[in-house]
Design a protein around this ligand. Structure first.
Ligand SMILES: NC(=O)c1ccc[n+]([C@@H]2O[C@H](COP(=O)([O-])OP(=O)(O)OC[C@H]3O[C@@H](n4cnc5c(N)ncnc54)[C@H](O)[C@@H]3O)[C@@H](O)[C@H]2O)c1
Length: 260
């Protein structure tokens, strides 16, 4: 047997990737990695404004499903899963790569965050993942893998991360509880914690460039991560090679988090 006889590890798998805004998005790295390893990938886009940016990317992947998804719009998440059920009948992988907080609430310190801003950030960036898990589970009779994107600001204080710190902490805890509840159904749940990446969401954080500089200086591997690093880490966790790993927060940050 030589390398040419290996089947791509995700051949025959079906993945839903939510959160591609453009070619810099972490979700795009996940979608590309899954596709390169043989999976079929359904892609969502936020709204009509986002569609022209995401559509060419979905085409590159030959995505059989390209669907609108604003998790704040009642019924839209359910509609995505209805379409997947009708077209595919089952699903193996889900990526939630979605975060949002009102600008005013994100820019100020946590202490100034309004109740409404806190609730919206929590709903869109955390509870939507719980809702996704509930809709995905019935489509995974043979098991599956769910991913949510977190950040180190969940565990330690990162200046300027503000309300997103507690929101990501809730997201990581949700991954653990979902891993516990869905484990008997062979559905594994992972929080992925990438190092800083220059994306549209990151541009909303004050002094983000300082964070990038600091990360590259402190990373034991001496360089920043890219979106394909995140994508291939998720791809690995979605394979049977990782079948007994669940509920962890997996850092993909070149080791920055181990530094004191
Ligand atoms: N960029 C980083 O440094 C970094 C590091 C760690 C974790 N993350 C996390 O990775 C995830 C993806 O962010 P990114 O950095 O790729 O930025 P991005 O801007 O490319 O992606 C964020 C996505 O969230 C989507 N989104 C926002 N509100 C939504 C809603 N109501 N419904 C559906 N989708 C919605 C946007 O459309 C966009 O596609 C986020 O959870 C973010 O917190 C980012």
């Amino acid at each position: 047997m030589n390398a040419n006889t290996f089947r791509p590890v995700l051949a025959g798998r079906r993945a839903l990737v939510a959160g591609i805004a453009n070619e810099h998005s972490i979700a795009w790295g996940c979608a590309r990695a899954f596709r390169e390893l043989g999976a079929d990938v359904a892609v969502t886009y936020l709204n009509d404004k986002a569609k022209p940016w995401v559509e060419p990317l979905a085409k590159q992947l030959d995505s059989p499903l390209f669907l609108p998804l604003d998790v704040a719009k009642p019924g839209e998440l359910e509609a995505v899963f209805d379409r997947i059920r009708a077209q595919w009948g089952s699903l193996d992988i889900v990526v939630h790569s979605i975060a949002w907080a009102p600008k005013g609430d994100l820019e100020g310190g946590l202490i100034d965050c309004s109740a409404d801003g806190f609730a919206k950030a929590m709903d869109i960036s955390c509870h939507s993942f719980v809702r996704m898990a509930k809709l995905a589970a019935p489509l995974m009779p043979e098991g599956g893998t769910l991913f949510a994107m977190s950040y180190h600001g969940a565990q330690k204080v990162v200046p300027n991360y503000n309300v997103m710190g507690p929101v990501k902490a809730a997201l990581e805890a949700s991954c653990r509880y979902l891993a516990y509840e869905l484990g008997p159904r062979k559905i594994r749940v992972h929080a992925i914690s990438p190092g800083p990446l220059k994306t549209r969401a990151a541009s909303g954080l004050k002094d983000f460039d300082l964070l990038l500089n600091e990360a590259v200086q402190r990373a034991p591997v001496g360089e920043l991560v890219d979106i394909m690093d995140v994508g291939f880490a998720c791809a690995y966790l979605a394979t049977p090679f990782a079948r007994r790993i669940t509920g962890e927060t997996m850092y993909v940050d070149g080791g920055v988090n181990i530094m004191g």
